[in-house]
Design a binder for this molecule. Sequence first.
Ligand SMILES: [Zn+2]
Length: 269
Amino acid sequence: MSSHAKPALAVIGGSGFYDFFDNEATHVEVETPYGAPSAPIAVGEVQGRPVAFLPRHGKNHEFAPHTLPYQANMWALRSLGVRRIFAPCAVGSLRADWGPGTVAVPDQLVDRTSGRPQTYFDGGGVHVSFADPYCDDLRTATIKSADDVLPMKGAGTMVVVQGPRFSTRAESRWFAGQGWDLVNMTGHPEAVLARELEMCYAAVALVTDLDAGLEEGSGVHAVDVFAEFKRNLVPFKDLIRRSVAAVTETDTCDRCRVHTGVSLPFELP
Ligand SMILES: [Zn+2]
């Protein structure tokens, strides 16, 4: 297979995912109407199929959650032919029974970010359905790919905060009191921009810490979060690889299409 084949599947994750492929990846520079994505997009093979990988925070982690070029990232993937995206991410847990090393496949999202452009449609009556923000097909592929290395939770609500600071104890207790399970800084607007471009999208969350409301020490510290993520990176990457391999349909599923009832103000890239 040519490494230039169009990737229908993509993974957006940490730079630790660069060795995700079975072969040497090709790096594709993409320009979009929204500027350049976080990094050139790597295209390689997973079990004989072309898969795109975008390091969310840039090659050397140069983008913070609130400065990420979310619009460019999703546009660039779509323009390469991507239709379905797994989005592994690090999360804090709002539940004592979901400790570090737990993997959760959320089914709901709460947006607590501010000031991030979260649409491609600044004019006209385009309102995408977002009641179910994540693709059920992709969620199922990951849930079925679980093994006994990382405990798996097959649903949950992820609240996305603006960051880059971590939550206060009061905020964290408030989130937990709402029945929300996980807290993260990058899951929005990634998910809704994928929906607007008619791409299936599923977040796969690796718990790195108990959030401040549960934690009894001096709070959440970045150094501990990065160390914990690294500790579970190999089995987490294996899970994502198995999830990618488990996806047989390479087009957008019917539920993740836009269905706005109006014509889109631009051609999808
Ligand atoms: Zn879908």
